[in-house]
Design a binder for this molecule. Structure first.
Ligand SMILES: Nc1ncnc2c1ncn2[C@@H]1O[C@H](COP(=O)(O)OP(=O)(O)O)[C@@H](O)[C@H]1O
Ligand SMILES: [Mg+2]
Length: 254
């Protein structure tokens, strides 16, 4: 018996007025797999993330997560079930410590306004969990460091830790490695795997070195269409990919 994929995207389409942002998108994802999502600006990558995380409803098609149709689930319910995303723009509070940022992410996930205001104990519990998580990360010594005082790379790591604090089963990373060196990007993604080996990860990134090195499979979007989903090796030699995406791939001399 084969297990059902963790995520099944089936014939998803989305239009904005006359613009077809996504057209007939289908792919599967298994637990533990890292899928790179690449394509030129405007290809539909972020729109796909918005649909998977529940911020946008597709016009057509279905999204199944853990064998359930999650089309009617709002973003909070999806996050609580393990569909966790990061945003292109960081959501950290720069004036607060790393630990406090993580604790607030944990509290927000509980979705309980009363605790937000009333619960010193809830905050203390969340901070204890945050410290535990930090202890296992490269930021172990930075619990009390103000996020705004950290390096750019360390701040991106805080973004990832905030996502990991939410116990992701499906982790949607929207350009988390932008502005990082290849080595820093590898460290960032290594942290995901160290703490959540079983999560499925979808990674949007523009750095082809990072994508081709870190991903098990790569999905190529162009003008809202999925041109190919395949192993890095086969994507390199895929004719339609080369045509759709020649500039970026050519720069990598594939
Ligand atoms: N809320 C929206 N309203 C209208 N058009 C949108 C909206 N969001 C995205 N688009 C358009 O859909 C296309 C895909 O955008 P996006 O998913 O952001 O692409 P990518 O993340 O690959 O750069 C673009 O042409 C963009 O302008
Ligand atoms: Mg985008």
């Amino acid at each position: 018996m084969t297990l059902a994929p963790l995520l099944q995207v089936d014939a998803v389409g989305k239009s904005f007025g006359a613009l077809q942002a996504l057209d007939d998108i289908s792919f599967d994802l298994k637990a533990g797999e890292t899928l790179g999502l690449i394509g030129p600006n405007g290809a539909g990558k972020t729109t796909l993330f918005n649909i998977l995380s529940g911020f946008l409803a597709p016009d057509r098609g279905q999204v199944r997560f853990m064998a359930q149709d999650i089309g009617s689930w709002d973003p909070m319910r999806r996050a609580q079930s393990g569909v966790v995303r990061t945003f292109q723009k960081s959501l950290v509070f720069p004036d607060m410590s790393v630990c406090r940022n993580l604790a607030l992410a944990l509290l927000a996930l509980q979705g309980d306004g009363y605790r937000w205001w009333g619960g010193r104990r809830a905050l203390a519990n969340a901070e204890a969990k945050a410290r535990q998580l930090l202890a296992a990360s490269p930021l172990a010594d930075d619990c009390q460091t103000r996020v705004g005082d950290m390096s750019y790379g360390a701040q991106r790591m805080v973004d990832i830790l905030i996502a990991l604090a939410q116990q992701p089963r499906l982790l949607l990373l929207d350009e988390p490695t932008a502005g990082l060196t290849v080595a820093e990007a590898a460290q960032l993604l290594g942290l995901v795997r160290q703490l959540h080996a079983d999560a499925a990860v979808v990674l949007i990134a523009h750095d082809m070195d990072v994508v081709f090195r870190e991903c098990d499979r790569i999905a190529v979007l162009n003008l809202g269409r999925l041109v190919a989903v395949d192993t890095p090796e086969r994507i390199r030699s895929h004719e339609a990919v080369r045509q759709a995406y020649l500039g970026a791939l050519a720069r990598q001399e594939v």
